[in-house]
Design a protein. Structure first.
Length: 111
């Protein structure tokens, strides 16, 4: 999974794995060794940083390449608001939900 993701990212950038190795300061064929050996955390992070993806994405732990998991997912927000209860378990009014929705969208829109 790891090597396949790296190859895919290289192809998307129009570079080879060898060129990637040069750009991040790795020795020749060091990334190909990851087929049989686990990379060290710092070397994996260099590749993730180069492509601006998370190490979890490279390792196949997530399909979301975004390293900044604080980005607002409006679907998640809608689910939370639809199921949210107010203090004491009393359901929130639609106005309450809209107020919270507007606040959170404004708060996280710059991320």
């Amino acid at each position: 999974m790891l090597l396949e993701r790296i190859k895919k990212l290289c192809k998307k950038r129009g570079i080879t794995v060898s060129e990637l190795e040069n750009r991040v300061g790795f020795g020749k064929n060091s990334i190909y060794k990851w087929k049989t050996q686990s990379p060290k955390a710092d070397t994996l992070q260099k590749v993730a940083d180069y492509f601006n993806v998370s190490t979890d994405y490279l390792l196949g732990r997530t399909d979301n390449p975004d390293p900044d998991n604080t980005k607002l997912n409006t679907d998640d927000l809608e689910d939370v608001l639809d199921n949210m209860k107010s203090f004491g378990g009393v359901e929130m009014t639609d106005r309450d939900k809209e107020t919270i929705r507007a606040f959170l969208k404004g708060k996280f829109s710059d991320r």
